[in-house]
Design a protein around this ligand. Sequence first.
Ligand SMILES: N[C@@H](CCC(=O)N[C@@H](CS)C(=O)NCC(=O)O)C(=O)O
Length: 235
Amino acid sequence: MTAPKLFDLVDGKTRKVSFSPMVWRAKFALNHKKVAYETIPVTFLDIPVLIPKTCPNITSPTVPTMQISGNEGIQDSLAIAEYLEKTYPDGPSIFGREKSEKNLQKFFDSYVSSKLHPVIQRLVYIEMYEAQDDDNAAYFKSSREKSGGNTLENLGGDPNQNIKELKEHLGLIHKALGSGEFITGEQPGWADFTLLAAFIWFNSFSPQKFEEGVLNAFGDQVLRNYWQKAQALIH
Ligand SMILES: N[C@@H](CCC(=O)N[C@@H](CS)C(=O)NCC(=O)O)C(=O)O
């Protein structure tokens, strides 16, 4: 079997910073299954051009998309993780062996996507814009302003209010991590991958706000220890 190829979103300026939370979910899943893979770095503007060229079955391209045998592409982070779980059943499980575990992890995934992603997005709109080259910056600004119905600055809102809201949403997670384990116990799983991927996205664009809004949010070491332990999984 040839190594799968993962389209990986990078910044327009250096083309080196891999920041997409959804791509990171897929990378964690690949690493967890110990599957060797290649990455194809793409900027926002490369996505609609390069993905359908390589994987003609993908007609509304987004990242992550993973090219498997032939030119077939699998799109969507959860679909990629489910494909890996099915294709490599003997490796460590991503979702847990019981259906109930998978259901709970999908619930956690929804919590991260619906509660943490919007507030992190507001906190890093400007930094994401500034990390792009001219063409990607123009695309990022116009696409987000069109869908959000406001300027990037206004979409970002009040940073202090955002940090406060982030802390509120992290409260239950902080409590769950108090045991010192991963969300899924001794071994990390899909729930951890969704959370850590969101942290990577935030930290890539604003290490300072990440420090304040996540690592220092609760006046103890719980989230810092979790982040530190997770570094071994980030590659
Ligand atoms: N549900 C999809 C979401 C994919 C998605 O929205 N990806 C974003 C990057 S995180 C994207 O491709 N954006 C392209 C754009 O904004 O032009 C998944 O989990 O993979």
